[in-house]
Write a protein that binds this ligand. Structure first.
Ligand code: SF4
Length: 702
């Protein structure tokens, strides 16, 4: 039993704060303490990270497999029985309907090793193309826009430590004061150093309270806002002509699109006044360096890729990308939101951020996997489309590290599709709302009980270390995949390709990623332990001085990752959200997070301290809207969309626009915000429009 302190990282968000874990004398629990040597958070933790050990306790988490009894209840079972049922369920579906009738749904919280193994398992063992993951709901629009403009998607192309030294940051649809509080210090230091912070958000959030300028556009109009700013930049002669000429392509078309968005027209669309637009342009353009950072606000829209593209265009036109202390970045949300999108659990992707449709990529990965490239399936459906096909084309599902009954858009419909499956197997730490619907639930180890790597929002690959022994009844996700490969592979002995030792999996991942856009081949567990993380790309090629590649904290300083090294402007134009308010549904709903809960709340809703701070859902609305409705603070309010009805107490505040209501999405039951949200998809990223849909409010009388 280890009796020393184990340096590791938080299980929750993409900041991946460093923390130390000290095991209790019996080795079953851990205590969290400050880890000052990790530069990203320098010891600071939010309440979620501090209380994470509560989910390790046996009263909260699963410690035995569960199987559905004949009477319909989930009852404890042996691992042998549970795994046998899963293999039997998938085997029957495959025999009757074909390989694509078995789906796989992963998560952005899975370690790189798990994401890699899950993608390989789907394609090699199950032979299915139907795999995607909940990270599709998180940052896929930013990934698509970054890929188009720069030829490469890495959330931040620079370390967070650059933020305090730039001149201005525009933070679009991001609320780090609540989602990743230790990161707020980067923005306060920016202001202490004389820089300015502009926050774009329909709500005056805790982050907006820290801003020099807060722009509050109507939800779903930040694409128009960015175009209006670009119009003014051109009109005021603030473009960087030399940079545009030497480092970009496609400016003229983008310039013409921006010139069609007059400031007064943009003011009418967004509600942001022309003087505010001019002030934002001044603050952004006057310093030598500046950044734009986006998060879920602009990304979770049916035009999310174009919206992020519009903000990237702003950076390119002013020479604020691929230069020191300047650039565009996306603040990824989930714990391994970055690494989880690089190693093959996405519908269209192979490890190393390779494309499944690229013959050279298929040949490279097939060789590492020891299979025929032609045996690898093609791209499958995106996350919502996959969930929507459950019970019809897809008859059985393996779900790992996700809770779509709470987190998917149009959640009542998704729940109904999940219930219609022939067979559902869920690997999870707790009995989430989705696990409760499963035929078999497999209890798995969690962060303090297992070793693995994650990649934080900066593209910094990190080592999470095992600190304590897991309870006897649980196994790791890697063991589950190994056991299922043994049972489903028959005489092919496929389990040999699915090691249970995470370092062994990582060694294979290194080879599979070698030469790809997200090249991890120069990274080893030993380096990660010694260096506090390594930024990808980090190829294995030898450096003549040290013999190792140092990693790449800053991207694009010499050239962008396109064929000719130039960034691409992508011309975009304003368009309406998929569901504009009308007489029947006159108000806009936007959704988001609160500081004391995390994503679907499956873990954090089981922590007393967090529940005391954030006990349940609420509807945030402006006093004018509340008065019209006759609703008082704390009274239940019904929010109704074309997809369903949710009820939660009113929270009345002038910090939100009068045409908009806000609901956090962490809860199930009648206050489930995603009952209401619109699954209209972005045509490129296939991101659903979580951030804006039409609703009406109804008073709820006792
Ligand atoms: Fe964990 Fe994120 Fe909180 Fe840091 S900010 S402690 S990574 S939840």
């Amino acid at each position: 039993m280890p009796d020393t302190v184990t340096p590791t990282h938080c299980p929750y968000c993409a900041l991946q704060c460093g923390m130390n874990l000290t095991p209790s004398p019996d080795g079953r629990a851990v205590e969290v303490s400050e880890r000052a040597d990790f530069p990203v958070n320098r010891g600071a933790l939010c309440g979620k990270g501090r209380t994470a050990p509560a989910v390790l306790s046996s009263g909260v988490r699963l410690t035995s497999p569960l199987v559905r009894s004949e009477g319909g209840a989930l009852v404890p079972a042996s691992w042998e029985e549970a795994l046998g049922r899963v293999a039997g369920g998938f085997g029957r579906t495959r025999a009757e309907y074909g390989a694509d009738a078995v789906g796989v749904f992963g998560g952005g919280g899975l370690t790189n090793e798990k994401a890699y193994s899950l993608g390989k398992f789907a394609r090699v063992v199950l032979g299915t193309s139907q795999i995607d993951y909940n990270g599709r709901f998180c940052m896929s629009s930013a990934a698509a826009a970054g890929g188009k403009a720069f030829g490469l998607d890495r959330g931040l192309p620079f370390p967070l430590e650059d933020i305090p030294r730039t001149g201005c940051v525009i933070l679009v649809g991001s609320n780090p004061a609540e989602t990743m509080p230790p990161s707020l210090r980067y923005f306060t230091e920016l202001r202490e150093n004389g820089g300015t912070l502009i926050v774009v958000d329909p709500r005056r959030t805790r982050t907006a309270e820290h801003a020099d300028l807060h722009l509050a556009p109507r939800p779903g109009t930040d694409l128009a806002l960015a175009l209006g700013l670009l119009h003014l930049i051109v009109a005021e002669g603030r473009t960087d002509e030399a940079y545009v000429r030497e480092r970009t392509a496609g400016w003229e078309e983008t310039r013409a699109a921006a010139m069609a968005h007059w400031p007064e027209y943009v003011e009418r669309i967004t509600g942001v006044s022309v003087p505010e637009l001019r002030e934002a342009v001044r603050l952004f353009c006057e310093p030598e360096a500046a950044m734009v950072l986006t998060a879920r606000g602009p990304e979770q829209q049916s035009k999310g890729t174009d919206t992020v593209g519009a903000w990237i265009n702003l950076c390119l036109a002013t020479g604020r990308a691929g230069r020191p202390l300047s650039g565009y970045g996306c603040l990824t949300g989930q714990g391994n939101g970055q690494g989880g999108r690089e190693h093959g659990q996405k519908a269209d992707q192979l490890p190393g951020y390779r494309k499944l449709t690229d013959p050279a990529a298929r040949a490279h990965v097939a060789e590492v996997w020891g299979v025929d490239p032609d045996s690898l399936p093609g791209p499958g459906r995106s996350a919502y489309e996959l969930l929507d096909a459950l019970g019809t084309d897809i008859r059985s599902l393996l779900l790992m590290g996700s809770n779509p009954v709470v987190s998917a858009p149009r959640a009542a419909h998704v729940e109904e599709r999940i219930r219609s499956l022939d067979f559902l197997a869920v690997c999870d730490v707790v009995l989430s709302e989705t696990a409760a619907l499963a035929d078999v639930v497999l209890p798995v180890t969690q962060w303090a009980e297992e070793t693995g790597t994650t990649t934080n929002l900066e593209g910094r690959v990190l080592l999470r270390r095992r600190a304590i022994t897991p309870p006897a009844g649980v196994r790791s996700d890697l063991e589950v995949v190994h056991e299922l490969a043994a049972r489903l592979g028959g005489e092919r002995n496929l389990e040999k390709g699915f090691p249970t030792d995470p370092e062994e999996v990582f060694e294979e991942l290194r080879r599979a990623s070698a030469g790809g856009p997200a090249d991890y081949s120069g990274i080893t567990y030993r380096r990660l332990a010694e260096e506090n993380g390594v930024f990808w790309p980090c190829p294995a090629s030898e450096d003549p001085g040290t013999g190792v590649h140092p990693g790449t904290p800053r991207l694009f300083l010499d050239r962008f990752a396109t064929g000719d090294g130039r960034a691409r402007f992508v011309p975009v134009a304003h368009r309406a959200i998929a569901e504009e308010p009308d007489d029947e549904y006159p108000v806009l709903l936007t959704t988001g997070r609160v500081v004391a809960q995390y994503q679907s709340g499956a873990q954090t809703r089981r922590v007393d301290e967090l529940n005391a701070a954030a006990p349940g859902p609420f509807v945030e609305l402006h006093p004018r809207l509340a008065e019209r409705l006759g609703a008082a603070e704390g009274e239940p309010v019904a929010v109704v969309s074309r997809r369903g009805r949710a009820v939660a107490p009113a929270r009345i505040t002038t910090a939100i626009r009068a045409d908009t209501v806000f609901m956090p999405f962490h809860w199930a039951g009648e206050g489930r915000a995603n009952t209401l949200t619109n699954p209209a998809l972005d045509p490129t990223s296939r991101m659903p429009e979580f951030k804006a849909c039409a609703v009406r409010l109804e008073a709820v009388r006792p």
